[in-house]
Design a protein around this ligand. Sequence first.
Ligand code: AMP
Length: 345
Amino acid sequence: MFAKEEIDQLLDSYTDFSIATICSHSALQIFNGAKELGIKSVGICTEASRELYESFPYAKPDEFLMVDDYSSIPVDELIERQSILVPHGSLVEYTGKQIDDLPVPIFGNRGSLQYESSREKMFEWMKASGLKSPKILKPDEIDGPAIVKFPGAKGGMGYFVVHSPEEYYTKVGEDTQTMIQEFIVGIRAYVHYFHSFDGGAGYKTSYGRVEMMGVDRRMESNADEIARQLSVGANIPISFTVMGNQALVLRESLLPKYMEMGRGVCDASKKLFGGIHGPFCIETIITEDLDIYAFEISARIVAGTNLLDNPYSFFTHGKEYTTGMRIAQEIKDAFKKKKLKEITY
Ligand code: AMP
């Protein structure tokens, strides 16, 4: 892992800053946020993506840095532009392990990556956060619906459900690389938070405050259209590939639990790896008894924040306010208060 001190030295040389990201995932929202806050934005872009990012005047970056593919981050050009790199799901996917050693300040904390890249470590983090999680099963413990996840699978792709050890061994064989979780039946809620080093809203944490920005529900194929599938008599196995997101509001009595969960994740992250900063998401399922199970934490902006129709950030900021705007505001505040080092790594 690239030394934090070296990132801090780079930041000492910054006399101004720009916000940079890869043109993918939630980049439109990130560039729009920077524009709204009057901050220069830089889009790392391939020729194939440029036309799309040119076509939204209020969400296109001020400057494009063209690359042949997203695995090559133009480090020198970014440093020249005094950039803070904002991570999103595609940045992590395209750069892989390289991101650990990228000599560019990254908004957030790359210490979270090792917790995110291993499902076992992720469950450790969730436990330390006080979250209730689905049981992890050994193949012979399967006794009812269980979801099978392969390492490195993205966006639910390739997951399937089994009901017995025999079904598991038939479908998977002796492969021990999978994680098997009890299948939780309920309503999925992907809750978006923002940890601020000195925000004025939300619940207090051990190192700042955590705000709720919004909630979405992912639309996954074909799980979310299963009724249509059954209605035409098609017997296709359930699958969970993410296609998009819909906004969701929670019954208000659930909000205190979710705020506590957000705080728990921040406080645990502080103890485990120095704290998460900025946006994160807890992926949950609420059962009919109103038990909340968390099955993943994403320690960065998630694509569900691209939705505008969420009341929680409105209640916090008094206007329609995206996570992209919130990121720009946080970096701007930290730069002004000479605290960039506290929220980047
Ligand atoms: P993940 O890759 O862990 O975000 O999971 C992808 C999708 O699989 C989720 O969005 C859920 O729809 C579904 N899923 C994951 N874990 C569980 C679980 N333990 N019980 C029920 N559904 C799950």
